[in-house]
Design a binder for this molecule. Structure first.
Ligand code: AMP
Ligand code: GLY
Length: 419
């Protein structure tokens, strides 16, 4: 395993963080990112993440040794199956295994088979039946479009009227085909933690726990977003919780997936709620989280490449990733208006960073005539490590304050829950 040619698929902050980490690997010969962003421009290849046949063709032509998939869309479209069919090595779950994220009702059925602690739930295809059920259980409750809705198909309803409206909103086509089926869930209370696990089909290793901030505004107000910032580790997490989650959630999931003939290889990302009755699973994602990956990569001491390689060979038990003691924080700067309609093409000027402890990961950025511009909803992820959460936060915000991004919005309270 040396002189490896690696392709990363995707164009977000997560992919920049993966590229930043892999570029430091002594085993790497050449890196490509398809399509990438301004932060990854030296590695970019102009192929969209969903154009699977073009990606296969590129990987064959460039004799790519390992492909790593960032976003869920290509996974749900079967990129892993297509690469494997072409004899190419790829890190990520098959189309069948990716349903853990692609379909909430599928995920719930796996949780049921594996006896995984989760919220009580019911699934509906009929709007009136769904509403009758919601009236029976009452509020608060949670309504979820069954299919992929870019992280936006979930409505937490604190009163009955909102819940009934949410049923209509989802099932009347507000989320396209994703809302043909509706999952209604019991409302769980507690702190949320994201746990990303490296899986090789049979075995798994957890990465460091992360707390995300999903709401657009400070104090966890406003709309749900893809994530406005992260920090790691959250102090609510303990080694006991970790043991319990691996034993009661991760390993049973892998066992059931393997028994079904759809073993899970890739990152199994658990969205957990730490309740008074222990950790409960809110959802599976089948990929690296964004912006979870930014802080996870900042804290990873070991070389990432042999770890991902081991996953593709069923050898994750043989590698033991090492982690820094330092705390990491990532503050996301988003376009004005995000997560609703937002402006694009805003010029951005970044400060020169002298500090090894900080890195500005790009997400929705591009370059036009030498000028850095915003091109997406989430634009930058200012990622910093420090001896303490307080120090990491201070340093992150001091960099944010030096960034010239007119109208760019961010939360000032990333990590405050952990202080
Ligand atoms: P999901 O896409 O399923 O993770 O849901 C998005 C967000 O909705 C989660 O990060 C939680 O903040 C919230 N949420 C989802 N399910 C529940 C639940 N059963 N109880 C409370 N909050 C939930
Ligand atoms: N930050 C949550 C996600 O990647 O889905």
């Amino acid at each position: 395993m040396e002189n490896l040619r690696v392709l990363i698929v995707g164009n977000g902050g997560r992919e920049h963080a993966l590229a930043w980490k892999l570029a430091q690997s002594p085993e790497l010969e050449r890196l490509f990112v398809a399509p990438g962003n301004a932060g990854t421009h030296v590695w970019n290849v102009d192929i969209p993440a969903q154009d699977i046949s073009a990606l296969v063709e590129f990987a064959l032509k460039e004799t790519i040794d390992l492909t790593i998939v960032g976003p869920e869309d290509p996974l749900s479209l079967g990129i892993v199956d297509a690469f494997q069919k072409a004899g190419l090595r790829i890190f990520g779950p098959s189309q069948a295994a990716a349903q853990l994220e692609g379909s909430k009702s599928f995920a719930k059925s796996i949780m049921e088979s594996a006896k995984i602690p989760t919220a009580k739930w019911a699934m509906f295809e009929d709007q009136e039946q769904a509403k009758d059920y919601v009236r029976t259980i009452g509020a608060p409750c949670v309504l979820k479009a069954d299919g992929l809705a870019a992280g936006k198909g979930v409505i937490v309803a604190m009163d009955l009227d909102t819940a009934l409206q949410a049923v209509d909103e989802i099932m009347d086509g507000g989320f396209g085909t994703a809302g043909k089926k509706l999952v209604v869930e019991e409302f769980l209370e507690g702190q949320e933690v994201s746990l990303l696990c490296l899986c090789d089909g049979m075995a798994a290793r957890p990465m460091v726990p992360v707390q995300d901030h999903k709401r657009a505004l400070e104090g966890d107000l406003g709309l749900n977003t893809g994530g406005m910032g992260t920090y790691s580790p959250p102090p609510v997490w303990t080694p006991e919780i970790s043991t319990e989650v691996m034993r009661d959630i991760v390993f049973p999931t892998l066992r059931v997936m393997s028994e079904r003939g759809t073993p899970f290889q890739g990152v199994l990302f658990l969205g957990l709620m730490l309740t008074d009755q222990g950790a409960k699973l809110l959802e599976y994602n089948v990929r690296f989280g964004d912006p979870e990956t930014q802080v996870v990569m900042k804290r990873l001491k070991s070389d990432l490449l042999p770890i991902l390689w081991a996953c593709t060979e069923g050898r994750i038990s043989e590698v033991k990733p090492e982690w820094k003691e330092e705390v990491a924080v990532c503050v996301v700067m988003a376009s004005p208006g995000y997560p609703l309609a937002y402006a694009k093409g805003i010029p951005i000027h970044l400060p020169e960073l002298k500090d090894q402890d900080a890195v500005i990961f790009h997400a929705g950025t591009g370059i036009q005539e030498g000028q850095l511009l915003s091109t997406g909803g989430r634009v930058l992820g200012i990622t910093v490590e420090g001896k303490t959460l307080q120090l990491a936060r201070e340093k992150a915000y001091s960099i944010v304050d030096q960034i010239d991004f007119p109208g760019g919005h961010y939360r000032r309270d990333i990590g405050v829950k952990g202080l």
